[in-house]
Design a protein around this ligand. Structure first.
Ligand SMILES: Nc1nc2c(ncn2[C@@H]2O[C@H](COP(=O)(O)OP(=O)(O)OP(=O)(O)O)[C@@H](O)[C@H]2O)c(=O)[nH]1
Length: 206
């Protein structure tokens, strides 16, 4: 694919406390590598990846394949960058909200992050060695959004988490397009528009 050769540009944003593993997660996703060093993000950074999204046809059959350019925004978790990073929220189509399975505080802070927007999102998190008991304490059931336990170290569930979020966004966009299309039945199967006549405008709620 050449630079501009894609059907959709999708902007995702990773957020969560400092040190939970946002940068490492995105690096695993885009480059399939693990970085054990902790270099805190200053302000905002981004990574990119091209993927193919296979839309579903009617009755679950395979539909069209779309080329998707993913822009993955990596925000700094540190409080001092909060006003800068929140300025990027409104352009994001989906969020990867992360917490560290070994840090209860980072999990408790998920609620604070969630109160900042109302759009589609998904959780990814780093999966370190963790005792079963503690894992139970950090039960995700309190949060009614797609949830994955991921490991940037092994790559476990990393792609799956992003793919799930992408799928949600693409489905929502499809619904939007369907809503904005004028039904073919209007004026007896032929749209009946006069040349140059504008279709009635319908606003998308996405
Ligand atoms: N073992 C293990 N370590 C991880 C995992 N994910 C991240 N880490 C480590 O956790 C540390 C912090 O990761 P970062 O990705 O830099 O954290 P961040 O959320 O981007 O932090 P800020 O940029 O400060 O917001 C690094 O040392 C990573 O190597 C994981 O899945 N497993």
């Amino acid at each position: 694919m050449t630079d501009g050769d894609y059907d959709y540009l999708i902007k995702l944003l990773a957020l969560g406390d400092s040190g939970v593993g946002k940068t490492t997660f995105l690096y695993r996703y885009t480059d399939n590598k693990f970085n054990p060093k902790f270099i805190t993000t200053v302000g905002i950074d981004f990574r990119e990846k091209r993927v193919v999204y296979n839309a579903q046809g009617p009755n679950g059959s395979s539909g069209k394949a779309f080329k998707v350019h993913l822009q993955l925004w990596d925000t700094a978790g540190q409080e001092r960058f909060r006003s800068l990073t929140t300025a990027f929220f409104r352009d994001a189509m989906g969020f990867l909200l992360m917490f560290d399975l070994t840090s209860q505080q980072s999990f408790l802070n998920v609620r604070n992050w969630m109160s900042k927007w109302d759009r589609v999102m998904c959780i990814g998190l780093k999966l370190k060695k963790i005792k079963k008991k503690k894992k139970k304490e950090l039960s995700h059931r309190e949060i009614n959004i797609p949830y994955f336990e991921t490991s940037a170290a092994t790559g476990q569930n990393v792609e799956k988490a992003v793919e799930t979020l992408l799928d949600l966004i693409m489905k929502r966009m499809e619904q939007c397009v369907e809503k904005t299309q004028i039904p073919d039945t209007v004026n007896g199967g032929n749209s009946g528009k006069l040349d140059g006549e504008k279709p009635p405008e319908k606003k998308c709620v996405c």
